[in-house]
Design a protein around this ligand. Structure first.
Ligand SMILES: Cc1cc2nc3c(=O)[nH]c(=O)nc-3n(C[C@H](O)[C@H](O)[C@H](O)COP(=O)(O)O)c2cc1C
Length: 150
């Protein structure tokens, strides 16, 4: 069964509310036969990545970049997964207080290096997530799951 791996750093309610919606969308009953696995970024391993077929990545913006936790995840998995995971689909959700540009650029650079294939526009939210923002998170999860459905 294809597996969707969600790797996230959720240190606060705002990012966590986005994660909850992403997971809810990914588990939509409209998509069947896709296994959903969620891992905190500081616990996710290269084996988790190798054993999955697609990825959803979530992080706050921290100091103009991705969170250290998601950067640590990429540092850990980059070379062990570089050859085997090329062209696999991924989606991204980010949250910041006012500016996610650096985090967005960093994620683009790293995932381009991995040759991962972006499935839809990243969901980037600044400030308190609105209902519409959370709907976009749900949609991101559902699209990711549908991408892996066989
Ligand atoms: C150390 C630190 C650095 C941060 N740097 C940024 C930043 O560069 N850009 C930004 O938009 N938000 C920044 N933030 C805000 C976080 O992105 C925000 O706290 C996080 O997304 C969770 O949102 P919440 O605190 O409203 O729940 C920073 C927060 C911390 C703790």
């Amino acid at each position: 069964m294809p597996r969707l791996l969600v790797v996230h750093h959720t240190p606060s309610p705002a990012v966590h509310s986005m994660l909850d919606k992403v997971l809810e969308g990914a588990a939509t009953p409209q998509v069947t036969g896709v296994e959903l696995v969620s891992r905190a970024a500081l616990t996710a391993s290269p084996v988790d990545v190798l054993e999955a077929d697609g990825y959803l990545l979530g992080s706050p913006a921290n100091l103009g970049y991705l969170s250290g936790a998601l950067k640590h995840f990429f540092d850990t998995i980059y070379y062990p997964c570089l050859n085997e995971t090329a062209r696999r689909p991924f989606g991204l959700f980010l949250h910041g207080n006012d500016d996610c540009a650096g985090a967005l650029a960093a994620a683009a650079k790293i995932t381009t290096g991995l040759s991962w294939r972006q499935i839809s526009e990243p969901v980037v939210v600044t400030g308190a997530p609105s209902t519409e923002d959370l709907d976009r998170c749900w949609e991101l999860g559902a699209v990711a799951a549908a991408t892996l459905e066989r």
